[in-house]
Design a protein around this ligand. Structure first.
Ligand SMILES: [Zn+2]
Length: 110
């Protein structure tokens, strides 16, 4: 599964919307504030990106809140274990699969 990172600044309204969008769609992500995270800022400048939010999804980059593109690229959803509440990443592109909760070993279905 691809890792999802979102590059943000604390003052950007679209970044807030972008995070809400990811949460709503049950996407697991890591947030990096480019004003505090020098490496994240280098990630942007090396790609000539000047605005946030930026989504890094595997090897793909989405600049701006392009919801359709993000949903196309993300290949997992978070499924919450009914038994213990642990959120587990499940691949969405492998048909119908089931997995076990890493914590309580209950069977999870996507
Ligand atoms: Zn569980």
């Amino acid at each position: 599964m691809k890792d999802v990172t979102i590059l943000t600044t604390s003052t950007c309204g679209y970044c807030k919307m972008a995070k809400e969008f990811l949460v709503k769609n049950k996407i697991h992500f890591t947030e990096r504030d480019v004003n505090k995270d020098l490496q994240a800022r280098r990630e942007m400048t090396s790609r000539n990106i000047t605005g946030v939010p930026v989504f890094l999804i595997g090897n793909d980059v989405v600049v701006g809140l392009d919801k359709t593109r993000v949903l196309e690229l993300v290949d997992h959803r978070l499924v919450q274990c009914e038994n213990c509440g642990t959120a587990v990443r499940m691949p969405t592109k492998e048909g119908k699969i089931s997995a076990r909760c890493p914590k309580c070993k209950s069977v999870l279905n996507l």
